[in-house]
Each structure stands twice: as structure tokens, then as C-alpha cells.
Design a protein around this ligand. Structure first.
Ligand code: THU
Length: 133
């Protein structure tokens, strides 16, 4: 996996952020199981709640094109190491339970986490079919 290429694509996507309300720019880029890269930015809406994070933009682009398995996702934001919000962690859980989460400040300054580290004891698709006995 080329971590720097994913970060580069996330930085590119960050430039497209539509953030007139928060002015907080986020970009994300993910690698699918079959090595496609999808990227996305955050998009804010005047009535606020329809706002979508960069991570979900990228993931929904991938899934809507038939790519349901994420191997890695890189995230860049305007803060020092921007971590995915809780909702995005749950969406990553759906399509990338074993994904590497790359939290980057720049091409050379990044940290890699597993999803399990940032979303421990998670609930996922398999749990819907798990009975107590
Ligand atoms: N945001 C993301 O796009 N991803 C994150 O991981 C954190 C938050 C966006 C949502 C909103 O547009 C702005 O950042 C401020 O919360």
C-alpha cells in the first residue's frame, strides 16, 4: 500500500471542501480491496444537519460504484491530526473493519491506527445475526 499516495489524494480532495460555515477543511482518500482510490471532501449545507464529512463522501462514492471493501483510508484536516468523527468511524466499520486509518498532517507527518483502536467494542453487520445462545 502506498501511504503517501493516499495522503496526496486526501490533500487534493481537501482543496475541494465546501465549508462556508465552519471554514474547516477536511479531505479523505481510501484504497479499496481491488486497489481503486476514491477521495472526498466535507460539504456543508446552510441548514447544517445535511452536512457530510470527507470520509463519508469518499466511502459513499466508492460503495455507490460497487467497491464495498476498504483496505485503508487517509484523512487530512485543518487541525493537528484530524480524527474521524464518531459517525464516520461507524461507517468505516461497515466497509473497512480491518482498514488502516491514516491520520495525516502532511506527506511526512502521519500516524496509522487500526479501526479497532479508534472504535473498540464496535457494533457491526455480524452482530445483527448473533443471538445470545
Ligand atoms: N468533518 C469531517 O469532514 N471529518 C471529520 O473527521 C471531522 C469533521 C467536517 C464536518 C464539518 O464540515 C467540519 O468538519 C467541522 O465539523
Amino acid at each position: 500500500m502506498n501511504i503517501k499516495e493516499l495522503i496526496r489524494r486526501a490533500l487534493e480532495a481537501q482543496k475541494m471542501a465546501y465549508v462556508p460555515y465552519s471554514r474547516f477543511r477536511v479531505g479523505a482518500a481510501l484504497l479499496t480491496e481491488d486497489n481503486h482510490i476514491y477521495s472526498g471532501c466535507n460539504i456543508e449545507i446552510a441548514s447544517y444537519s445535511p452536512t457530510i464529512c470527507a470520509e463519508r463522501t469518499a466511502i459513499f462514492k466508492a460503495v455507490s460504484e460497487g467497491h464495498r471493501k476498504i483496505k485503508a483510508i487517509a484523512i487530512v484536516g485543518d487541525s493537528n491530526f484530524t480524527f474521524p468523527c464518531g459517525v464516520c468511524r461507524q461507517v468505516i466499520r461497515e466497509f473497512g473493519k480491518d482498514a488502516n486509518i491514516i491520520i495525516a498532517n502532511s506527506l511526512d507527518d502521519y500516524k496509522v491506527f487500526t479501526l479497532d483502536e479508534i472504535l473498540p467494542y464496535s457494533f457491526g453487520p455480524e452482530d445483527l445475526n448473533k443471538n445470545k445462545e
